[in-house]
Every structure is written in C-alpha cells, then in structure tokens.
Design a protein around this ligand. Structure first.
Ligand SMILES: Nc1nc2c(ncn2[C@@H]2O[C@H](COP(=O)(O)OP(=O)(O)OP(=O)(O)O)[C@@H](O)[C@H]2O)c(=O)[nH]1
Ligand SMILES: [Mg+2]
Length: 329
C-alpha cells in the first residue's frame, strides 16, 4: 500500500532534518506524527516516529539528571555539613583554604567560584565537611543553590568588612533564600527530609572576614538589624585571626559528641571515635554500634568522668564529649 505522504508531512520532515537540538527534533517529530496519514501503509513509519520521540525524551531526561547531580547535590561526608554562603569576594574560598587542605581558586575579583566545592575540615580526630559555593548577589542567584542550603546542617554566612554595602548584601541573600522558603536563624530547626518544600529555619553563623582591615565595628552595626541574634565571629583569612576559634564554634554548633568504645578486658580504641548527636543515651548508642545491642545490652561502663571512672551506668545515661564506653551484652 502506498504511503501517500502529504506536503505537510514533508515540511515537518524537513524541519526534523534541519533541527539542531533534541528539543527541536522532538517538536518536528511530533508534527510529523500529527500530520501523517493514519493507515496501514504508514504503520511502520508511525512506529518509527514514536520510537524516535521516546528515545530523544529519554536522552533529555538523562542529561537533566546528570546535570542536577553535578550541581545541586553535594554528597555528605564526615561529621556534619557546613555550607558557605555570601556575596561575591567576601572570602569564602579563602576560608575554605584556611580551614581545610583544599586549594580553591581565590581571586581579587568577584564570581571566582562557579560550582560547589566540598572539602574536609579536620577537627581534633574527626572531619567536618565544608562546602565552598558560588556567591549570591542582589542580581545574582541560581535556584539550585537553595537545594544545597536546604540540605546542610549549618549555613556559614561570610561577609567581608570591605563590602561597600554589607547590610544590603546580607538582605539580598536573605531575600533570595526566602523565595526558596529558607530562613537563616541562630537556632535553626531539625533538618527536613529534603523532599518537602515547607519553610525551614537553618542554623546560621556569620563569619565577618577581613578584620585585618579597619572598620569591623561599623560593619557590625550596619549588619545588626539584618542578622538579628545570629552569632558573629570576627576572622581574618589573611592573618589567621579567629580561624581556630571558628573551627571550634562550628563543631559546637553541630551539637555532636565524640565517643570511644572499649572491648571488655582490652584497651580503648582511641583511633576513631563514634560521632553521635548530643543527648544520645547509652542504649541508643548501643544500637548505633550494633543493631542487636539494643536488645542484648546488659550494662555499660563509662570512663571519662571522674564521677563514673569505670563505673556501670544506667541505660539512660547521656553520653558526654570524649566518653569511653564499654558495652556488656
Ligand atoms: N585583607 C584581606 N583580604 C582577604 C581576606 N580573605 C580574603 N581576602 C581577599 O578577598 C578576595 C576574594 O577572596 P575569595 O576567597 O576569592 O572570595 P570569594 O568569597 O570566594 O569570592 P567569589 O568566589 O567570587 O564569591 C581575594 O583577593 C582575597 O585575597 C582577609 O581576611 N583579609
Ligand atoms: Mg570563591
């Protein structure tokens, strides 16, 4: 049976052949499918068009997914995730350089950083993940940044005291994040599951950078009404002033404790602590060490407190920083 293809069909086919992007190709194929005479003689051709449309659609989806993985998700690592947020040129990358072993690009001009860059910050015997980010400015914001910010544990706002409009910069960031339903606050709230888009409060600290330059006092006064009770830490990536204090404050803000384990009759394993949320009890900790331990735990001994040195403790005992725990099952 002859196909009897129409001039409209040949016109759509011409557009398909000339198309330069997958989207244009799909558009032309759909046009071809719409105008093709539907009878037995064109069945093979119809099936062929449909197959091409679904293949191209799949390809576009794959590219989109791959693109997203690259930019709006940072795989968690270490004991917590801190995301650096700030206007251009504030010193975010310089701070990553000061706190981690990473060597991000630092430059005297704005918009140096274009992609999120995770790096590990050592703190005592653990590692905390710090994520360098592209800047957020009045006219400069990419929606995917808010996905990373929603997922992190703590936002570290970085503002340089050489910023010509520090309160304007802080306001612009707060407003951009507000449109993504993220509010920067001192206390924050328990992490969302990352799926829902209800408004969330993120625990935030402000690193006021470049205090080697004059004028920190004025900038702080300007920022006060914008940042409210968000804690301010004065630092200089150039001289190192305040950097070690900041490292400690980041750890404290994560509200975690380091806990070591000990097998009965053996020396404690002081190489690698467990990192657990502040407030974790012995019975909860036992379940973290091994899921069967919640049921089988008979008692536990704790070292670390003069009060408890090696003494058995209740299952509801709340673990403290540096405790050594011996679980008896
Ligand atoms: N005086 C002084 N300059 C600093 C300090 N920290 C960073 N700088 C300078 O500020 C400029 C910008 O630093 P970056 O670390 O690239 O800033 P950024 O926030 O990552 O910038 P973008 O990636 O563009 O958002 C560079 O010239 C740094 O040398 C500091 O503590 N004191
Ligand atoms: Mg940078």
């Amino acid at each position: 049976m002859p196909a009897n293809l129409t001039p409209q069909y040949f016109e759509a086919e011409r557009l398909y052949k000339e198309a330069t992007s997958p989207q244009e190709r799909i558009h032309a194929l759909k046009q071809m499918y719409a105008v093709i005479p539907k009878h037995k003689g064109t069945e093979k051709l119809q099936a062929d068009i449909k197959r091409k449309i679904s293949k191209l659609t799949e390809d576009i989806d794959q590219t989109k997914k791959a693109g997203r993985r690259h930019s709006d998700y940072v795989k968690r690592d270490g004991a917590g995730q801190i995301v650096l947020v700030g206007p251009p040129n504030a010193g975010k990358s310089s701070l990553i350089d000061a706190l981690t072993h990473a060597t991000p690009e630092v430059a005297p001009y704005p918009f140096t950083t274009t992609k999120p860059l995770p790096a590990m910050m050592p703190y005592k015997d653990i590692q905390i993940q710090m994520v360098d980010m592209p800047p957020i400015g009045v006219d400069y914001y990419e929606a995917w940044l808010s996905n990373i910010i929603r997922d992190c544990d703590i936002v570290l706002l970085v503002i340089g005291i050489d910023d010509l409009d520090p309160d304007g910069s802080a306001k612009a960031i707060a407003e951009h994040l507000e449109t993504a339903s993220v509010e920067l606050t001192a206390e924050g709230e328990a992490a969302s599951d990352g799926l829902d888009f209800r408004a969330i409060k993120k625990k935030t600290m402000l690193a006021l950078n470049k205090i080697d330059i004059e004028g920190a006092g004025i900038v702080k006064e300007l920022l006060n009404p914008v940042i409210g009770d968000i804690p301010v830490l004065e630092i200089s990536c150039s001289t190192g002033e305040g950097i070690e204090d900041l490292r400690q404050r980041i750890y404290d803000a994560l509200a975690i404790v380091r806990v070591y384990t000990k097998i009965p009759g053996k020396k404690p394993d002081m190489d690698k602590p467990y990192v657990v949320a502040k407030g974790t009890t012995i019975i909860e900790f036992a379940a973290i060490v091994h899921r069967d331990f919640r049921a089988s735990l008979k008692f536990a001994r704790v070292w670390g407190h003069a009060k408890y040195d090696g003494l058995p403790v209740e299952k509801g005992y709340v673990l403290d920083e540096g405790d050594v725990v011996e679980l008896h099952t």
